[in-house]
Ligand binder design. Structure first.
Ligand code: ADP
Length: 415
């Protein structure tokens, strides 16, 4: 094996290991909610923090993850500025707010508060992955993710990394320009098949502290009518509340320190609405899954699942011509096969095999030859492709790959 091939093999295995660890972490988190807004300054972080706390105060196990690279504001809002997350057993320990809410933010990892970090695309993706995979979140009922504003790379990365997020909460202000922005956020969710759990209209009217009358400084109700037009749930309105600004500045999150106020009660009601809509649906989904008895067994950490196309029990050089696939689990630590079985694929049609192998939780397909298009279909389904295997029993080929001893020839099929 050449140096280049060996490097590629290591990268493939490292990536698989990372994906397995990410999957395991995600499996511990029941509901993942991404908080989005069309633009900055509409109160997305404020809503994320107060909603997360409301869920925690309702007795749920909750994590709050801030992935705003350019201005992580959650530490300030939660009074955690200056704190630094520790490391225990190779994992980052989130900071717990008032014994109730686990908080993680890039701001808790940087050395100094004014550290300027120039984040390039791939670094951001890697950092977001680490903030999920390498943080000791433990078992959570809810993970609330405060995403950067807009519909750019970072919200997209987080939707992809969370694999199957429960949905998005979209924060808007009542005036028209902002609702046009938020319409884009809803379209973004639809394109990614991410359910919109609800729209929150923030800074909606001002309750006069002297007379108690509500003054609509911006035109109120824009968020609600937009939600209705776009057929998404409306979760509620939060007025402009001077105590929210003061609490944000002093690091005393509003719903915790002013829990009895009318505005805090609105947050509590929104959290309850969310819990009902999510958990009722999850119960229904569980019943449906039970009735189909399709529960997948969780895979042990460090186990990598290979697929090898076979004919008569041996590697079939043309993956499209095989009659069965050997599905082989290997422990990457011990480099031993822990399970091996033959599976018959559904009838071959373009795009069917990658989806089928993805549903079988396969990480790597090891083949003799495969065209570029088929390779990219596998990659899109999260399956790494290794081509150029020449001959042999599937278990031997897989073990040779794991141990770095697989001799690969030319990709025999390149169309
Ligand atoms: P974003 O995350 O969308 O950029 P922030 O949550 O950081 O917005 O809020 C921007 C500013 O608006 C902060 O100073 C915050 O305290 C203030 N703010 C947010 N929501 C309200 C509200 N309902 N009433 C008053 N001020 C608010």
């Amino acid at each position: 094996m050449s140096k280049e091939e060996e490097k590629q093999r290591r990268q493939t295995l490292d990536q698989v290991l990372e994906d397995v660890q990410l999957d395991q972490q995600l499996a511990e988190i029941k509901h993942k909610i991404i908080v989005l807004s069309g633009k900055g300054g509409v109160g997305k972080s404020t809503v994320s923090a107060n909603l997360a706390l409301s869920l925690a105060l309702a007795g749920k196990e909750v994590g709050l993850l801030d992935i705003d690279f350019h201005g992580p504001s959650i530490p300030k809002l939660m009074g955690l500025e200056g704190k630094r997350a520790g490391i225990e057993a190779d994992r980052i320990v989130p900071i717990t707010f008032a014994g109730k809410l686990k908080v993680m933010s890039l701001g808790l990892l940087l050395q100094g508060e004014d550290d300027a970090v120039i984040w390039r695309g791939p670094m951001k993706m890697g950092a977001i992955k680490q903030l999920i995979k390498d943080v000791a979140w433990g078992r959570l009922d809810y993970l609330i993710v405060d995403s950067p504003p807009g519909t750019g790379d970072e919200p997209l990365s987080i939707v992809q990394l969370l694999k199957n997020p429960t949905g998005a909460v979209v924060v808007t202000q009542p005036q028209d320009l902002s609702t046009a922005d938020v319409r884009r956020s809803i379209v973004f969710c639809r394109q990614l098949k991410l359910p919109v759990l609800g729209v929150i209209e923030n800074m909606s009217g001002f309750v006069c502290p002297k007379c108690g009358e509500t003054v609509d400084i911006f035109k109120s109700g824009g968020g609600e009518s937009m939600a209705e037009k776009m057929n998404v749930p409306f979760l509620g309105r939060i007025p402009i509340e001077p105590a929210i600004v003061a609490g944000g500045d002093s690091g005393e999150p509003f719903v915790y320190f002013r829990g009895k106020s009318e505005t805090a009660i609105k947050f509590t009601q929104m959290a309850e609405k969310l819990i009902h809509s999510i958990e009722d649906k999850a119960d229904d989904d569980d019943k449906e899954a039970d009735s189909k008895k399709e529960e997948k067994e969780p895979m042990a950490e460090s186990v990598c699942r290979y697929a090898v196309p076979t004919a008569n029990g041996e590697l079939c050089l043309h993956f499209g011509h095989c009659d069965q696939f050997a599905i082989i689990d290997v422990d990457l630590n011990t480099k031993q096969v822990v399970q091996s079985q033959l599976q018959t694929p559904p009838p071959h049609e373009p795009g069917v095999l990658p989806k089928w192998l993805h549903s079988q939780n396969v990480h790597i397909i090891l083949a003799g030859g495969m065209g570029q298009r088929a390779q990219s279909l596998f990659t899109q389904n999260g399956i790494q492709v290794v081509v150029g295997a020449t001959a042999g029993k599937p278990e031997d080929i897989v073990l040779a790959h794991v141990r770095g001893a697989l001799a690969t020839g030319e990709n025999i099929c390149d169309h």
